[in-house]
Design a protein around this ligand. Structure first.
Ligand code: ABC
Ligand code: CA
Length: 474
């Protein structure tokens, strides 16, 4: 599928080994052991109702190719990033036909499959010939660990990892190697009817490798460029359809998870910078607040009002919302590997899960916004300066208006959106879809509203809600 087709979607990110088992069992899973816990593709198939009922219409799964365990550390490759052979699959996750079934079951439900893929490296082993098809030291850049992130050649041609688990850096300057990779991705996408790719370690491969890689894949590509800087990330939006919105991720965390000292204005600054610098703007960035490489929000924030504000962000931001599995269940794991908890241990419970309920509403609100406003997906978010301060941010993407605060559960905020913001008519009824409370604009179209307990609001004009939809039915 193309970037345009992906833009309407929202994505549920899965660590395949940790989501569900095909036989429905629920073994214990100690994340600190860094072992396989048993999740697999059949497990995902068996829990698609759970994902779809939250309103997601795409999933992103762990890398699928055959992996090799850590030679020296004893860590297992349960996460899928330690490629052994790009031409066979990781049998811990299932057989080739299981992956094909996952893909076709998703398609039958109108959902998309995004697969994570790695080009940049393979783990070092005692016997290079185990690594396929690049079975020799000469297929990799010579040994040096990345030591200077300000030196782009060092970032591209030296190795990730550390002495206990070195990641051999593929020689992507060699044209034979490059052609193998272009052919591989083309065949992988066709063989398993993949709809999109999450591309690992993009900044560690020279930029001009990527355009032909993306065109060989022929589907939407979203690249991981792990940086807090828009200026560093921007050039990568030329070679791939999109990137994961890491700069905004860092801004959101600074604003919300630094307690009262966090300044919300930093979000507006970074987003505006990105809107101006990214090729095609920020319309198809992958927008997220948690993933498998970073501590979960609730590992540092316990205030549930703040958590609810943070979770709202990707659904109101430009781009494609991505939710990391487990967030809906309130998981609290810290740094890798603690943030990769088994979801089956939650029992896939849907009752009494306030975050899950909120996510369902947010997905429905975004879908309703897309169908109500034909230009929703191509309109940039704007920030209402008069209603934004240190601890508040008013974000407009008509018909949505989100009022977010980092004040926490004991705070009360008063918001004033002047008529000059041009958002509303006189005496218009707006519905906070998170609570179904209503508020009416003034006779000049201005809006005054109070939020209590530091909770977020997502306001939509009553006229924009469908009579038959699930949102706050009259
Ligand atoms: C294993 C163990 C861990 C242990 C670690 C050292 O080794 O499991 O317990 O802590 C996979 C597995 C991991 C595994 C690694 C290493 O392999 O998932 O569990 O860790 O073998 C991608 C994937 C990631 C994957 C790999 C490797 C790459 O998403 O899951 O890990 O295939 C760099 C890369 C990035 C990579 C990330 C893990 O490391 O660029 O592609 N992710 C700075 C650098 C970044 C760097 C980041 C973290 O630090 O600039 O390049 O990411 O090391 C901002 C700045 C940024 C800065 C951040 C932290 O702050 O602007 O520059 O990022 O403000
Ligand atoms: Ca490299």
């Amino acid at each position: 599928a193309s970037a345009d087709e992906w833009m309407k979607r929202s994505i549920y990110q899965i660590v395949t080994d940790r989501f569900a088992l095909g036989n429905g069992s629920s073994p214990s899973c100690d994340t600190s052991e860094k072992k396989y816990c048993g999740g697999n593709w059949q497990g995902i198939i068996s829990k698609l109702d759970y994902i779809q009922s939250m309103g997601f219409d795409a999933i992103w799964i762990s890398p699928v190719v055959e992996n090799i365990d850590g030679a020296m550390s004893g860590d297992k490759a349960y996460h899928g990033y330690w490629t052994q052979n790009i031409n066979s699959l990781n049998s811990n996750f299932g057989l080739p036909d299981d992956l094909r079934s996952l893909s076709s079951t998703l398609h039958d439900r109108g959902m998309y499959l995004m697969v994570d893929i790695v080009v940049n490296h393979q783990p070092q082993t005692f016997d290079y010939s185990l690594l396929q098809p690049f079975g020799g030291a000469d297929c990799f850049h010579s040994e040096c660990f990345i030591s200077d992130y300000n030196n782009q050649t060092n970032v591209e041609q030296c190795w990730l990892g550390y002495s206990g688990l070195p990641l051999l850096d593929l020689d992507t300057e060699n044209s034979t190697t490059v052609d193998i990779m272009y052919n591989w991705i083309k065949n992988l996408v066709l063989d398993y009817s993949i709809d999109g790719l999450r591309v690992d370690t993009v900044k560690h491969v020279r930029k001009d490798f990527w355009p032909e890689f993306a065109s060989s894949a022929g589907v939407y590509t979203v690249g991981e460029v792990l940086t807090g800087e828009v200026g560093y990330a921007a050039p990568y939006t030329e070679g791939l359809d999109s990137i994961l919105d890491y700069p905004t991720y860092f801004a959101v965390h600074k604003a919300f998870t630094n307690g009262v000292s966090g300044n919300m204005a930093i979000i507006a600054e970074i987003v505006t910078e990105a809107q101006n610098q990214y090729n095609y703007g920020t319309f198809n960035v992958g927008s997220f607040v948690e993933n498998h490489d970073n501590p979960r929000i609730q590992s540092t924030v316990s205030d549930q009002s703040i958590v609810k504000n943070v979770i709202t962000w990707p659904f109101i931001n430009d781009g494609i919302p991505i939710l990391y599995y487990g967030q809906e269940q309130g998981y609290q794991g810290g740094n890798d590997p603690a943030n990769r908890e088994a979801l089956w241990l939650s029992g896939f419970d849907e009752e009494d899960k306030p975050l899950l309920a909120q996510i369902r509403i947010l997905n429905a609100a975004r879908k309703q916004a897309i169908s109500y406003n034909p230009s929703f997906l191509n309109n940039r978010v704007t920030f209402i300066p008069q209603a934004s301060a240190n601890s508040t941010l008013a974000i407009s993407k008509p018909p949505l208006l989100a009022l977010l605060t980092n004040g926490g559960s004991s705070s009360t905020e008063s918001w004033s959106i002047p008529s000059s913001a041009g958002l509303y008519n006189a005496n218009e009824t707006l519905v906070d879809v998170l609570t179904c409370d209503t508020v009416i604009t003034g006779s000049d179209g201005s809006l005054s509203v109070t939020t209590s307990q530091g909770l977020p609001k997502v306001l939509m004009p009553a006229k924009s809600l469908s009579a038959t939809g699930s949102l706050c039915r009259a």
